[in-house]
Design a binder for this molecule. Structure first.
Ligand code: GLU
Length: 494
């Protein structure tokens, strides 16, 4: 709880140097869940002090991806709030003010050591097998001397004075108490020669001024944490509670990268993964909801989430699991919601217009409802509906070899003749007509049903055949069956 605000306050602090990846999205979701669970505040802060690598495009994309995932922020860019601005690039005067305060208190000092000298010392340490640490050349300069040299235009950085004895204990909800030896800590740079704060400094100043109570972030930052604790102490605030969430590894336990396929939220979205499915999957990367549960909605996750139950060990990325979860959500989406998602695509293909008649809408809804069971992603759905709009131009090759036999042509013609008389053209009536023809011809059901499906759709699998036939309508069925019969006469080999 923040003493100032009496609330849990967490932040997600991405650097806008690329797309929002699965790891970042997971960190964002865990922060969001924790805030929601405790009635707290979720802050989005943009760590964009790295001017070379930060881009506006990436900033936009991160906001967009988070919104798409439904991870909405209570304070942050475009929402603003009492502790803004929330882009670090707009807070430089805030950092400078804090730096000057610490300088005044002699908690930081100006360092004039040249990069060459520091590099040389680092190499020397490496040669001698020592961990490189700053030797403290400038630590003894008086404030007057520092000011004089700065006024004379000497390039300089600022360093934090740190303890070189004792230990720093980091309280981490996931990892317990992690102890670091202060000998590993040197007087590190908080302000760079180019006049910009370092990540460590900007991050801790913001966490302090924004009254962040819990820092939930990727495990790779655990090693930075003793520095952050030292900074919080210098700033005169209680360090937040830390929670370092486990890494996400590729299936072969290597670092997850491009070569393992899609890893950015944007790419998943393009592939037809649903936001509900993706956040469900993100939860499982490091958190186990218990009782072997894998389908957990956002609302349920808010109830179940518990930082103390986040795993310490790395999570392994499993694209099959994501696809399985996605299929689950697709199967449970309402036909209308699915239609909403694919509408632009259907219009683009000329399969529907902006103002469909009521009958066409009802018809489309039914087609989507039948197709829904068989699709794994929303993106595949339009292709699965193709045969309702376009007669097949070719037939599945394996299917044709198996089901389009020379004797099939006559059967399809006979079935087409019978369909011409079926009234009304409902699934029950069509089935009845088919069953009676099957018995008249003394063949097995499959001998007519499989070729008919292939004739109508060009493929061998799909929803219930009689349902498909009703949606296609009598004339279209008859025409397609006659066309297939002709095709067989021309092509089928005995
Ligand atoms: N900008 C840092 C990152 O993206 C934030 C780390 C932190 O949460 O402190 O890794």
């Amino acid at each position: 709880m923040s003493a100032e605000t009496g609330q849990v306050r967490v932040r997600f602090a991405p650097s806008p140097t690329g797309a929002l990846h699965i790891g970042g999205a997971r960190t964002a979701y865990f922060n969001w869940l924790f805030a929601r669970k405790h009635g707290g505040v979720f802050v989005l802060r943009i760590d964009d002090t790295d001017r070379q690598r930060s881009t506006e495009a990436s900033y936009r994309q991160i906001l967009d991806s988070l919104r798409w995932l439904g991870i909405t922020w209570d304070e942050g860019p475009e929402v603003e709030g009492p502790f803004g601005p929330y882009r670090q690039s707009e807070r430089l005067s805030v950092y400078r003010e804090q730096l000057d305060r610490l300088w005044e208190q002699d908690k930081v000092y100006a360092c004039f050591c040249s990069p060459e000298k520091l590099a040389e010392e680092r190499e020397q340490a490496q040669r001698e097998g020592r961990a490189p640490r700053y030797a403290g050349h400038c630590a003894g300069l008086s404030l007057e001397e520092q000011r004089r040299r700065i006024a004379a235009g000497e390039p300089h950085a600022f360093r934090l004075r740190t303890a070189s004895t004792g230990q720093t204990v980091v309280r981490d909800v996931i990892r317990g108490e992690v102890t670091f030896d202060n000998r590993e800590l040197d007087d590190f740079i908080v302000w760079k020669t180019d006049g910009m704060p370092t990540y460590h400094f900007a991050s801790c100043v913001d966490d302090a001024l924004m009254h962040i109570t819990h820092v939930i972030r990727a495990e790779e930052h655990l090693s930075n944490t003793p520095r952050h604790v030292a900074l919080f102490q210098a700033l005169g605030v209680q360090p937040p509670v830390f929670a370092h969430v486990p890494m996400i590894l590729a299936p072969d336990r290597s670092k997850l990268s491009k070569r393992h396929g899609a890893t950015s939220v944007e790419e998943y979205r393009e592939q037809g993964i649903l936001p509900e499915a993706l956040v469900n999957y993100l939860l499982l990367l490091g958190f186990s909801p218990g009782e072997d549960r894998e389908i957990v909605s956002r609302d349920e996750a808010v109830q179940l989430f518990d930082l103390e139950r986040v795993a310490k060990h790395a999570a392994v990325y499993d694209v099959k699991k994501l696809e399985w979860i996605n299929a689950h959500y697709v199967h449970n989406m309402s036909p209308d919601a699915l239609l909403d998602q694919i509408w632009p695509e259907l219009e683009g293909r000329g399969w529907t217009g902006p103002d469909p008649a009521r009958e066409q809408l009802a018809w489309l809804r039914t087609a989507v409802e039948f197709a829904r069971e068989r699709t794994r992603t929303v993106r595949d759905l339009p292709d699965m509906l193709r045969y309702y709009f376009e007669a097949p131009e070719s037939y599945d090759e394996k299917g044709a070899r198996k089901h389009f036999r020379p004797e099939t042509a006559v059967r399809l013609q006979a079935a087409a003749d019978r369909l011409a008389d079926v009234r009304p053209f409902g699934a029950v009536e069509v089935e009845k007509a088919f069953r009676s023809l099957i018995s008249d011809l003394g063949i097995k059901g499959g001998d007519l049903i499989h070729p008919t499906r292939l004739a109508l759709t060009g493929v061998t699998v799909g929803p219930g055949l009689f349902d498909v036939m009703v949606l296609l309508g009598r004339d279209e069925c008859v025409a397609r069956m006659r066309r297939a019969a002709q095709w067989i006469e021309l092509n089928a080999q005995s």
